[in-house]
Write a protein that binds this ligand. Sequence first.
Ligand SMILES: NC(=O)c1ccc[n+]([C@@H]2O[C@H](COP(=O)([O-])OP(=O)(O)OC[C@H]3O[C@@H](n4cnc5c(N)ncnc54)[C@H](O)[C@@H]3O)[C@@H](O)[C@H]2O)c1
Length: 346
Amino acid sequence: MANDNRKVLLVGGAGYVGSVMTAHLLKKGWSVRCLDQLIYKNESSAWPHLSHPQYEFMRGDIRNPNIFPQALKDVDDVVILAGLVGDPITKTYPEESDAINRVGVGSFIDAVQDHSVERLIFVSTCSNYGLVERDEAVDENYPLAPLSLYAKHKVAMEQKILALKGRVGFCPTVLRFATAFGLSSRMRFDLTVNEFVRELHMGKELLVFDPKTWRPYCHVKDFSRAVEQVLTASADKVAFEVFNVGCEANNFTKLMIVEEIVKHLPRSKVAYQERGTDPRNYRVNFEKIRRRLNFTPEVSVQQGISEILASLRQGLFDHVEEQKHFFGNYEIFLPETRVSALRRAV
Ligand SMILES: NC(=O)c1ccc[n+]([C@@H]2O[C@H](COP(=O)([O-])OP(=O)(O)OC[C@H]3O[C@@H](n4cnc5c(N)ncnc54)[C@H](O)[C@@H]3O)[C@@H](O)[C@H]2O)c1
């Protein structure tokens, strides 16, 4: 399918993944509309695109269905990235998570059905596999066992979308992303690879919980390529399909990640501790996306480590501590959370 003159709506397009995806899709000829509430005060991640004639930014909250018609006007493709992302932030804000990740995303999916959208991608997560006891790399058919509120809502939204089969005219696809790493204009240093590289670069002693637990990783740029590939694939290959996004070579334990970083920073101090608060452990099989869409990520974890380290060494992230809210999902800034914070202060 040609992408000329196609307009894609990236919901949550100013986030860590969305910022990189915006640049990629603009380069590939899409018109991009970004709908984002900028809940991490992440306005600056939209700035690099503002002068692009094919880019449009719309500030709005997916908890407010009144904005959906304007957001969906003249849109061909939709990618849903928005939400409170990660186990820790959803644990800190359970009510907001429910309102955004379940009710907001759910009503947005309902609204898509009333517009002439052709493709819908819902970005989900390999976290949905939870704790895999068996020594195997799990594929898309493996039973889901979401452990966190974050993953439980993702599973609920996947099910909502897949249940639309036979009832809607558009073509939806669920993508279960591996854990991301790599540079973005909305950089997140709360993600394992990025965080470990920064901590060790700063000469801090790194405490690693459950070093032998496995997780799949994928570079942010490769997620953009995967989305492009799904948007341009013939509908019979992707309609109502679920794909894990990543590659087996990037299944890493935390210990393996540390060992790679230490090759660059041999004087690093690392301590290990078993039984942390996050029991997730899963290796993932990516054969389906490789075979059906011929998709393989280009960037290895090792290359990602070098890329992040190079930018840290150039001093590009010297002020992370001063703007912590921007560089990770720790604290959200919604109009009503500002009010309650003010109330707490008086
Ligand atoms: N980063 C990862 O490692 C990873 C792994 C697997 C899946 N994913 C999925 O990829 C997607 C993007 O993740 P990310 O790392 O870019 O997260 P992010 O937190 O950087 O981006 C989320 C964006 O959504 C916006 N947003 C939040 N609530 C909103 C609301 N109510 N209305 C409008 N916009 C709102 C935020 O302002 C932010 O720009 C998410 O769906 C996530 O579940 C990410």
